[in-house]
Design a binder for this molecule. Structure first.
Ligand code: AMP
Ligand code: GLY
Length: 425
């Protein structure tokens, strides 16, 4: 069969790698792809929001299945646009993608259906938000309700910080319209775990757990980023936690969405915090996490295409995604300055060191070809170097060893990805 993958980040490179492992796939296209994806798929120059061109490409090239796992196109209705033309697509329709597209929606959903999450209030008037803060307990968390590349969350330690945060989000519109409405929520403490699930509208099937590292600097310092590294599985996602979440979070969310007339299909991402009072939902996403996908999918034993087809057909109860009994660690190599401003166009050397090395992956996130055909940096997060191992400790050692195989000017990585593992050694 022919498959079209929409996107061009590290997540898409990992999805492309998993799709290519499926015995059913003869040809993979990726729009727009990147320099790494170009090695394993035919890249086509179509933007991820150009639904006209994407659907025309799928129809003209007799694509059997399109796959999209990006928040912007899903929230804007890419699934609906494909289905309106009778084209088959794996992803979440817009009316359910709102679970990520509006934090105000998802918080209200959790409240209505008794799904454990931080206490919160929603504001669309900055004056009312400021007045509320005067009586609130610090630290406190401010969130732009709309999509903000994972960066619209401010953790404020003092009242002054919180007031400045309201100004930044609602008045200065740092994240544009995403901040017209904000969620102000209780600050929670605990370890974070990401749990991804395939979903078909009724049934969900979990993938192996993982943990992201969202802050830019070692020791969880610095600004929030899209994610600087991940490991999978999370040793903190114990049977007890899994049990609790199955009873109180996962099926309840599926049922809540169905009851709201928004049955959820695609990939549902549960961002959890394991607080002293039990697991709480930090956020939902309507897609594979990035860089979580870069450690989860290399461990997937099952045929991803079979699972995706079952999600579309409402037959997920008949498949069981299986994962290898091993571990993976991903270290993101970023451009110096990220998540602030950074330079692009730096030549990347050493990529060939990954050729033929089983258990090692160099997923490309922000890369492109220059006019000389060299692979150069083109984004903040440039590469996701992932390695497998029998244990997390082995996978981490392998990932940091492999991170030394590639270089570019101004490269930056965290040196403590997976340090938390040592607590359970
Ligand atoms: P979100 O995009 O909502 O997952 O938030 C981004 C990051 O901010 C999370 O991964 C947490 O590290 C942190 N965060 C979000 N909400 C809270 C909260 N209520 N308490 C503490 N930290 C939070
Ligand atoms: N790594 C967090 C996310 O994908 O939203």
């Amino acid at each position: 069969m022919k498959v079209l993958l929409v996107g061009g980040g590290g997540r898409e490179h990992a999805i492309a790698e998993a799709i290519n492992r499926s015995p059913q796939v003869d040809k993979l296209y990726c729009a727009p792809g990147n320099a790494g994806i170009a090695k394993i798929a035919e890249c086509v120059k179509i933007g991820t929001m150009d639904f006209e061109a994407l659907t025309a490409f799928a129809a003209d090239n007799e694509i059997d299945l399109t796959v999209c796992s990006m928040d912007d196109p899903l929230c804007a209705g890419i699934v609906d646009a494909f289905e309106a033309k009778g084209l088959r697509i794996f992803g979440t329709p817009a009316n359910a993608a709102i679970i990520e597209g509006s934090k105000a929606f998802s918080k209200d959903l959790m409240k209505k259906y008794g799904i454990p999450t931080a206490a919160y209030e929603i504001f669309d008037d900055p004056e009312k938000a400021l007045a509320y803060l005067e009586t609130a307990k610090m630290p406190i968390v401010l969130k732009a309700s709309g999509l903000a590349l994972g960066k619209g969350v401010l953790i404020c330690n003092t009242l002054d910080d919180a007031k400045a945060g309201v100004a930044e989000l609602m008045m200065d519109k740092k994240f544009g319209d995403a901040g017209s409405k904000i969620v102000i929520e209780e600050f929670m403490t605990g370890r974070e775990v990401s749990v991804l699930a395939f979903a078909d509208g009724k049934t969900y099937k979990l993938m192996s757990s993982s943990q992201d590292h969202k802050r830019a600097g070692d020791g969880d310092t610095g600004l929030n980023t899209g994610g600087m590294g991940t490991f999978s599985p999370s040793p903190f996602y114990t049977e007890e936690v899994d049990d609790y979440c199955r009873k109180n979070i996962y099926q309840k969310t599926m049922d809540a969405m169905a009851a709201e007339g928004r049955p959820f299909r695609g990939v549902l991402y549960f961002g959890l915090m394991l607080t002293p009072d039990g697991p709480r939902v930090l956020e939902y996403n309507t897609r594979f996490g990035d860089p979580e996908t870069q450690v989860v999918l290399p461990r997937l034993k099952s045929d991803i295409i079979e699972i995706m087809q079952a999600c579309i057909d409402g037959k997920l109860d008949s498949v069981d995604p299986e994962f290898e009994d091993n571990a993976a660690v991903c270290v993101v190599i970023a451009s110096g300055g990220y998540p602030g401003s950074y330079e692009k166009g730096k030549v990347i050397t050493g990529l060939e060191n990954f050729d033929g090395k089983e258990g090692y992956y160099c997923f490309h996130a922000g890369t492109a070809f220059n006019t000389d055909g060299e692979t150069v940096t083109s984004g903040g997060r440039v590469l996701g170097v992932t390695a497998l191992g029998d244990t997390l400790i082995e996978a981490r050692a392998n990932a940091y060893k492999a991170a030394e195989w590639v270089h570019f000017d101004g490269e930056y990585m965290r040196h403590d990805i997976g340090k938390a593992i040592d607590a359970v050694k």
